[in-house]
Design a protein around this ligand. Structure first.
Ligand code: URA
Length: 207
């Protein structure tokens, strides 16, 4: 598994805004969107391209198009805040959705929504979820993708905990992780420390 930490002053500044407890929901959503643009930019650095022949108003030239645009998959609900930014930078892409909830009996993640293409073989997939905490739900989401044949999965998260990275590494899934920070640890309630709190509540309010 490859892990890339986006080390850029703009990423650090937006991350500071969303970490700050004084940031209101609207400002949080705006900063998360901007940070997501930077994560997508990094995630697409080496995607496959093809040459295309075009005419400028002046002459013929060779341009570039995306050969195989990634399928974008926000994990509901917190991943919704990264969805619009990813479509803005990747208008060629399609979007699938995964909704995960915790089964109150087994305490394991359970999918309540799975809107994905049948066959993902050879198709790059970008999974959007701001928080890689224990790694349980992301492992489940990525397993749903590999069971449909996905073999190139990039997970874009704002924050990652070392515990979650270890779990995904041990899963053996074909993953690349792009994050803005690897934080210190998880606390006893499963929150990332120092973290940013509950990414869903910070965007949409505690409903
Ligand atoms: N999910 C969140 O929203 N925040 C955390 O700190 C951990 C998991």
């Amino acid at each position: 598994m490859k892990t890339i930490v986006v080390d850029h002053p703009l990423a650090a500044a937006r991350l500071t805004t969303i970490r700050d407890v004084r940031t209101d929901n609207a400002t949080f959503r705006a900063a998360l969107r901007e940070l997501s643009l930077l994560l997508i930019y990094e995630a697409t650095r080496h995607i496959e391209t093809v040459d295309v022949q075009i005419m400028t108003p002046v002459a013929k030239t060779t341009g570039t198009a995306l050969a195989n645009p990634p399928l974008l998959v926000p994990v509901l609900r917190a991943g919704l805040g990264m969805a619009e930014a990813s479509m803005a930078l990747l208008p060629e892409s399609q979007m699938g959705f995964v909704g995960l909830a915790r089964d109150e009996e087994t305490l394991l993640p359970r999918a309540y929504m799975e809107s994905l293409p049948e066959d993902l073989k050879g198709r790059p997939v970008f999974v959007l979820d701001p928080m890689l905490a224990t790694g349980g739900s992301l492992e489940h989401a990525c397993g749903m993708l590999t069971s449909r044949g996905a073999d190139q999965i990039t997970v874009l998260c704002v924050l990652a905990a070392p515990e979650g990275l270890k779990k995904l590494e041990e899963s053996g899934l074909p993953l690349t992780i792009i994050t803005a920070s690897i934080d210190e640890r998880l606390n006893e309630s499963g929150y990332i420390v120092p973290g940013l709190g509950d990414a869903g509540d910070r965007q949409f309010g505690a409903v």
